[in-house]
Design a protein around this ligand. Structure first.
Ligand code: ADP
Ligand code: MG
Length: 401
């Protein structure tokens, strides 16, 4: 790997600033609803604590937009961390400043401090060098372990790497190795499944996969736009009318490469988008006005399942229907079961599809559940993520010296 690793440094007694991703969903009481991302950050934290580092964690939560928002303080994240680690987690009420410097001074080797939500500071999202320097002044070494935020060029993910020796943490390293490993010299057939709400979010990924994957299966509302671009009437289904041209271009590009975008053959349609609504199965040719597609139909499930059986690598982003409203989770669930049982190496990434697979109780049967949503998509697009680029530059600079 062309990046410096946490393993390359001796950390005993050092102050180590670790960018983690504690941006987890909270419930109405402000308690952590799903601690998956917190769990994923534990290996790096344990690694450092066991080796006697003074660990300073920094993370964002939600979108406070540079202002203090009481409901977005990181206290419940600190509690959950403390529960997982069976260890006290010191926490400051500020991100930088005197309180924070004092807390860092009082930290002993093997102790852990969590700074307040870094997006309370206006300098964070602006990647303000003054703020980045301020953060860097707390530590001797910077570790970025927040893969889920690596597609953002912020002070705590990019700027700070200019001022400190920088390396990736164990989670960052694992994500990069697995995601890159699936795409560089992939085992074949490489099968990808794309769903979710919008084509516009995923155009870059579709383009890359047209050049790379053997099969591209498409479901969800995104499929509606492609079906409409092919000339089918989709009734009142969610269609991105302003993306029809782009969808047509993608269909043509795929065809020129001898690859079909594999679209649904049948759909589940409803008149009213609500839980338990009356539904019927519809051929793609015949969705009537007033009806909308909310899931893939049984023939499509069968076809997808058949292709999944022979795949060596399976990459999946985006649910295939409105899985939040039962029974329109069925297509997503059936395909998730087929993915869980598949022989090939399976990777899923994306907020909603990960939540869906967790909800179906299938998460443990997936080989790699990426902690990135947007970050995973951009990685699949072949973009170098700013957070990763910053670590690479930092290593290059060190080698020049
Ligand atoms: P991910 O977070 O996995 O990347 P997206 O955010 O792109 O996925 O899309 C998830 C959303 O897409 C879900 O809220 C789901 O209800 C919606 N969706 C999927 N299929 C349809 C459909 N046929 N019509 C409307 N919305 C859909
Ligand atoms: Mg989403």
């Amino acid at each position: 790997m062309e990046l410096a690793s946490i393993r390359d440094f001796s950390v005993q007694g050092k102050r180590v600033l670790v960018r983690v991703d504690l941006n987890v969903p909270l419930d109405e009481q402000g308690e952590v609803r799903d601690g998956t991302r917190i769990k994923a950050s534990l290996p790096t934290i344990r690694y450092l604590l066991e080796r006697g580092a003074k660990v300073i964690l920094v993370s964002h939560l939600g979108r406070p937009k540079g202002k203090v928002k009481e409901e977005l303080r990181l206290d419940s994240g600190a509690q959950r961390l403390s529960y997982f680690l069976k260890k006290k987690v010191h926490k400051t009420t500020q991100v930088v400043g005197e309180e924070v410097h004092k807390a860092v001074e009082q930290l002993s080797p093997g102790e852990l401090l969590l700074l307040e939500n870094v997006r309370f500071e206006p300098g964070e999202e602006k990647n303000d060098p003054r703020f980045a320097r301020e953060l860097a002044s707390l530590a001797d070494l910077y570790i970025n372990d927040a893969f889920g935020t690596a597609h953002r060029a912020h002070a705590s993910t990019v700027g700070v790497a200019e001022f400190l020796p920088a390396a990736c943490g164990l989670l960052m390293e694992k994500e990069i190795n697995i995601l890159a490993g699936c795409l560089e010299l992939p085992q074949r057939p490489l099968l990808t499944i794309l769903g979710g709400a919008k084509v516009s979010d995923k155009i870059g990924v579709i383009k890359r996969f047209i050049g790379l994957a053997d099969y591209i299966l498409i479901g969800g509302a995104m499929a509606n736009t492609f079906l409409k671009a092919k000339g089918f009437e989709l009734g009142d289904s969610l269609v991105e009318e302003d993306k029809l041209k782009e969808a047509r271009t993608l269909l043509e590009q795929a065809q020129r490469k001898g690859k079909d975008l594999i679209l649904p053959q049948d759909l589940v349609v409803v008149k009213e988008l609500k839980e338990g609504a009356f539904s019927k199965i519809n051929a793609i040719e015949a969705v009537e006005p007033g009806w909308k597609a909310v899931d893939i139909g049984p023939q499509t499930i069968e076809k997808f399942t058949r292709l999944l059986r022979e795949a060596k690598v399976i990459l999946w982003n985006g649910p295939l229907g409105v899985f939040e409203l039962p029974p329109f989770h069925r297509g997503t669930e059936a395909v998730a079961r087929a993915v869980a049982q598949a022989q090939g190496y399976t990777v899923i990434g994306g907020g909603d599809i990960v939540a869906a697979v967790e909800q179906f109780g299938l998460a443990s049967a997936i080989d790699h559940i990426s902690t990135g949503g947007g970050a995973t998509l951009e990685f699949w697009e072949g973009k170098e993520l700013p957070g990763i680029a910053a670590l690479r530059r930092s290593k290059e600079k060190k080698e020049e010296r």
